[in-house]
Design a protein around this ligand. Structure first.
Ligand code: ATP
Ligand code: MG
Length: 736
């Protein structure tokens, strides 16, 4: 057979990895060296050369975006129909298995998935139900505890309190939460994995069945597997299937969520004769970008260590921009994107990456003003919006009446006279008789007044009616009917003040989403598939990239992706590296890996920006430039100052900040160039970033200076007054 078309687009090392014997394999290699490419070509190799049935292949990646990309590559580039292959995220695949085996898993057929917010609401309800103070037992922290246990594969019965009263209480809460989820027929994200792992191990014959079916299990981004994912994979592979995993220890960035980079070593111990392949040529980035990334990651201890080189030229230098504040930063980024587009580039070539979701807002503002379409991955996503969750709650109740979270969400929405007292009675009854709220609603008539009973009855009848009326309709008609007949549309039509119109548009968008929805597998009813998709997908925003738009996301969600132009923003100590991690050496190393991931997303141009002053969550912060900036070799960097049109090397070796300087509080005074810009500016009396006072506008900060002599103008952002341009000769400003 002619296999040249499979191997042709690969280099020697990649070819060896793709055509390796059918034994446990590890491809350990740096960013952009073609690991994901090798994995997809391996799938093709297995099918076309080794004669493996696509039915027998399971490929797992970390994000829906990556899974969609892999499916796409296999279908188009490799010319294989991907339907018989199982490709997905860990969560997606476990979900699929649980839908197929709900009985064995002890779940109702219509079980629903709780997202992070639903989970916290439920936990809060449980805390209150146990008469505990939710200021002491913070729902977010309790959820965190529960998830961390599940990620380790631990049920309440496995946990010991070791005489610690706090832990004792947390374990009790975990137990109560678990009981409630069981009763409501809901599972959270961590439960998808744990429950699936348990049934594969415990249900007689099930593990054997899937081991016989999936003879080849391939995992991308293996360095970020946690304990339960690793054990799940090991169970699925057993001693008969062949695992093929690819990863990069330098890109392990989910330790805080239980990821264990040690799994790379563990894998080599647990499976015999693991063949190891290394790839050293990077095909993604220019030499400068790669050198910068390598220099940064070189500061971490205990690495496996890899060589990474590129035959691409050095390319443009890394461009460093020092902004005065976050607005200045956003303005700069927007201007650069505009230039790129003006030169004929696509908007989607540009990615704005940041450490924290809260940073996206200012960029959005500037991009909106510049009329440049963008998409934010993460943040408040479509399926997490209030009105969408309301609509989904009705749809979920239709599928599963025992879903208490959905019941509580819409029982009185739109208002139908069901008050707090009625709900309290239902909750008490549901607690006491260990039943769902829905069931309780049929049994509480005696404890409620006649009016409450009739209001409640109206709701129960409505849900039953919606169910009956939507039977057999196409999915989008089901959704359309439910949002109309439930009264949600009417409710938001009346809601003029509170974004009612935008919410109505979103509800319409939900109907369109349902119309365009194509379930990946046909094992489940379309409504069920759609509801699951809404929860599983919402972790990453709308994946369809139908419009050419600027890409914005956190560094964590940029893993595995690549963009011609990358803006790595907010490089300030305290923000990135994050304050939480600075004091802890392991935390700091993880932040550095995150920085490495960020830099290596860039193909042609990497911009690094930081602000001297940043307003976040309503507080002004003055972080020193991130220590990671100083880890980039000087000769690779060029500082950009567009306002005064100066472009020059970033700092002289003498002025390089010492670690003490770089971390000292109020380090914003430290100029990375070691020089002030005063000498470059025409209006020498004032410095950019300086605090000034104006008789009428009060105190402010100098943003910009222009012109000479009597024409000199100064731009100042005044507290509470906004930004103003003033004629320097007349402004009568005093320096503070
Ligand atoms: P990451 O660590 O970021 O996940 P990776 O190792 O998975 O990166 P890929 O995404 O597979 O790397 O590849 C990086 C880029 O290099 C892609 O655009 C890919 O198409 C290209 N590439 C990989 N190998 C080759 C090759 N042999 N010839 C040409 N291009 C290649
Ligand atoms: Mg990859």
């Amino acid at each position: 057979m002619d296999v040249s078309h499979i191997l042709a687009p690969l280099n020697d090392a990649q070819r060896q990895a793709v055509s390796a014997p059918l034994l446990p394999t590890l491809v350990l290699a740096g960013a952009g060296s073609g690991k994901t490419r090798v994995l997809t070509h391996r799938v093709e190799w297995l099918v076309q050369v080794e004669g493996v049935s696509p039915h027998g292949i399971l490929a797992v990646t970390f994000t829906n975006k990556a899974a969609a990309e892999m499916r796409h590559r296999i279908e188009t580039q490799l010319g294989l129909p991907s339907a018989p292959l199982w490709i997905g995220t860990f969560h997606g695949i476990c979900h699929r298995l649980l839908r197929l085996h709900w009985r064995e898993a002890g779940l109702p057929q219509g079980f629903q998935i709780l997202d992070g917010e639903d989970q916290q609401r439920l936990v809060k309800k449980i805390i209150r139900g146990l008469n505990l103070d939710d200021a002491r037992w913070v729902p977010r922290e309790v959820s965190w505890f529960v998830n961390a246990q599940k990620d380790e594969g631990l049920r309440p019965k496995h946990l010991k309190d070791d005489g610690d009263p706090t832990r004792h209480q947390l374990i009790k809460l975990y137990q109560a939460y678990e009981d409630t989820c069981r009763r409501n027929g809901v599972v959270d994200f961590a439960e998808l994995l744990l429950r699936c792992y348990e049934i594969l191990r415990e249900v007689p014959g099930l593990g054997e069945h899937y081991r016989a079916r999936f003879r080849h299990v391939l995992v991308d981004e293996f360095q970020d597997t946690n304990t339960i994912q690793y054990n799940w994979m090991k169970t699925l592979v057993g001693s008969t299937s062949v695992p093929y995993v690819v990863g990069d220890d330098d890109q392990s960035i989910y330790r805080w969520r239980g990821a264990r980079v040690e799994n790379l070593q563990q894998y080599r111990r647990d499976f015999h004769d693991v063949q190891l392949f290394r790839l050293e040529q990077n095909y993604r980035s220019t030499g400068n970008i790669l050198d910068a990334a390598n220099a940064i990651i070189g500061n971490n201890a205990g690495r496996i260590g890899k060589k990474l080189w590129t035959s691409a030229g050095k390319g443009a230098p890394i461009r460093l921009f020092r902004a005065y504040n976050e607005r200045d930063e956003a303005e700069f980024v927007t201007a650069k994107i505009r230039e790129w587009i003006a030169r004929g580039g696509k908007r989607a070539d540009n990615a704005i990456l940041y450490r924290s979701n809260a940073q996206s807002r200012v960029f959005e503002e500037y991009l909106l003003a510049a009329r440049i379409p963008y998409r934010v991955y993460g943040g408040l996503r479509f399926f997490e919006r209030q009105e969408i969750k309301d609509a989904l709650a009705y749809l979920r109740l239709i599928s599963n009446r025992d879903d208490d979270a959905s019941f509580e969400r819409v029982v009185n929405l739109p208002t139908r006279g069901i008050g707090a007292r009625t709900l309290e009675v239902l909750r008490a009854h549901s607690r006491e008789h260990v039943k769902s709220m829905w069931a309780a609603a049929f049994e509480c008539n005696e404890d409620l007044g006649a009016k409450a009973v009739s209001c409640l009855q109206a709701f129960l009848t409505l849900v039953e009616k919606l169910d009956a009326e939507t039977q057999g309709l196409p999915l989008h008609e089901q959704v359309d009917h439910v949002i109309q007949a439930s009264g949600l549309v009417g409710h938001y039509q009346k809601d003029k003040a509170d974004k009612g119109e935008a919410r109505l548009e979103n509800l319409e968008e939900l109907v369109s989403a349902a119309r365009g929805f194509e379930p990946e597998d046909t094992d489940m009813p379309p409504l069920m598939a759609f509801l699951s998709h809404a929860v599983l997908e919402s972790g990453e925003g709308q994946a369809e990239a139908w419009e050419d738009c600027v890409q914005m996301m956190t560094l964590h969600s940029a893993k595995g992706l690549e963009f011609p132009v990358v803006f790595l923003c907010g490089l300030e100590d305290g923000l990135f590296p994050h304050q939480r991690s600075i004091m802890d050496v392991h935390g700091l190393e993880e932040e550095r890996r995150l920085c490495y991931v960020g830099c290596t997303r860039a193909m042609r141009q990497l911009y690094v920006t930081y602000a001297e002053q940043r307003r976040m969550h309503g507080v002004d912060n003055f972080g020193a430039p991130s220590r990671f900036i100083a880890e980039i070799p000087l000769e690779l960097v060029e500082e950009v100052r567009p306002k005064v049109q100066v472009s020059r090397p970033v700092y002289s070796p003498q002025s390089r900040p010492t670690p003490q300087q770089a971390t000292r509080p109020g380090g914003s005074n430290l100029s990375m160039s070691g020089r002030r810009f005063q000498d470059d500016t025409p209006a020498g009396a004032f410095k950019l970033g300086q605090r000034v006072r104006h008789a009428k506008f009060g105190d402010g900060v100098v943003l910009s200076l222009e012109g000479l002599g009597t024409n000199a103008r100064i731009q100042v952002v005044f507290e509470g007054q906004g930004t103003k341009w003033l004629m320097l000769g007349y402004a009568n400003l005093t320096a503070l």
